[in-house]
Every structure is written in C-alpha cells, then in structure tokens.
Write a protein that binds this ligand. Sequence first.
Ligand code: CTP
Ligand code: MG
Length: 237
Amino acid sequence: MTVPRYWLVVPAAGSGQRMQAECPKQYLRIHDRFVIDIVLSRLLNSATFEGCMVALSGSDQWWPSTNSCADSRVTTCKGGAARCDSVLAALQALGHEARDEDWVLVHDVARPCLAHTDLSALMTGLAQHPVGGLLATPVTDTLKQAGPERQVLATIDRRLLWRALTPQMFRFGALRQALMSAAGAGLSVTDEASAMEHMGAVPMLVEGRPDNIKITLPADLALAGFILSQLPDQPVH
Ligand code: CTP
Ligand code: MG
C-alpha cells in the first residue's frame, strides 16, 4: 500500500471587507504576529505536507513583511475573485507536482485557532475514506427561518445541522475537477465540500472544536487571541 501524500492549500486572497481594517485581516496581528504567520506555522509544524500553496491577491503588498515568505516550505500563487477561484488557482499551481490520488487540505487563512488535535483527527479519521470531508461542529443556537419582513416563519430543527469549518480534505484530482466543474456551471461555491457535493460525492463530517473560529468581524480578533492563549497545544509565541 502506498503512503498517502498530503498537500496544503491556504486561500489568502481575500480583502477582509467585513473586518473594516486598514489591511486584509490575515495581516492583522495577534500577540505581535501576523495572523497568516500564525496559521502557516501552526499547520506546517503539526503535520507533514509535500508542499504548501498560498493564494494571494494580485494587489497584496504585505506578504513580503511576513516570516512565512522566507519559509522554504511555502509557495505562493495569484488568487482569484472569489474564494473558490483562489483555491482552484492554488490547485492548478500544484498541478504538475501533485497526483490525483494525493490528499489536499484547504484551510482558511482567517482561522488561526485550529487545534493540532483537530488537524490530526481530520487526517487520521479520513485517511482511508474514498472521498474525504471536513471539520465541522454541531449548531447549538435555536434557528429561526425569517420571512421578507423579518417575521419568524419557522423554527428549524437543528439536530442535523452542522457548521462547516476548515480544513477540508479531499483527493487532489477529484477536488480540482469539482471546482472546475462548479466554475464552468457558474456556481460560486463557498467551500470545497459543496463543490464535491455538486459532483454527487458524499463528504464526511469530522467533529472539531467550536472555537476554530473564522476571524470575520472586528470583535473576532481579540477573541481569536484569547482562544489561542487557551489552546492546550499552544504556545503561539
Ligand atoms: N479568500 C480568497 N480569495 C478570495 C476571497 C476570499 O482566498 N477572492 C479567502 C480569504 O482570504 C479567507 C477565506 O477565503 O482565508 C474565507 O473568506 P472570508 O472569511 O470571506 O475572507 P474575506 O473575503 O477576506 O473577508 P470579507 O468577505 O469580509 O471581505
Ligand atoms: Mg469573503
């Protein structure tokens, strides 16, 4: 049996509109380190990857100031207009090296609080799975369906609902095919799993920690700093 090979893709070409900061959120600092440096060092120091492709915006002017830019394990490529375009661009950039049957893990640059234990649960839990899957966490709030006037139309049964997190892990060839097919059909998929679902594949959910948050709104930055300081597998600095 051949040993599985793993590649890492980090979409980092977003501009962080909702964060309303003076720079994209991956270049804000937590405990004096860039978010993107925290994410990349945590991932690359926790598992062995054949390579790591980071998709950056064409107008990125901050990457050269990071520690990661001097890390020989990291390669960059130009991202696209939407997250799925950036991920596809990264897969294309790895295309001459990665094999179709290799695994690729896609992780948002805005999720610095990934615990090492969750990363290994995903990688070991799905190592023998034909399709792959994603970290996810059960929904805990009561969910309301709203009408056009914001009136409550229904309360949704949350027992089968999960929040999709990252990393998401799929076979390189199948994921590239799924993202190309979604792009061709004009579908703007917001995660890798939905591209795979459109192909008829059935990804698995691997339960992860709910504190693997995506920094999205201004209040999330301090929260991420707190979570990082509490993670059992820390230190970040
Ligand atoms: N992303 C990307 N390319 C894009 C858009 C997003 O690589 N064209 C990445 C972001 O950098 C981030 C992840 O996709 O790692 C999740 O996106 P999101 O949280 O929406 O980040 P932004 O798009 O930067 O933020 P916003 O939507 O608030 O502008
Ligand atoms: Mg976005």
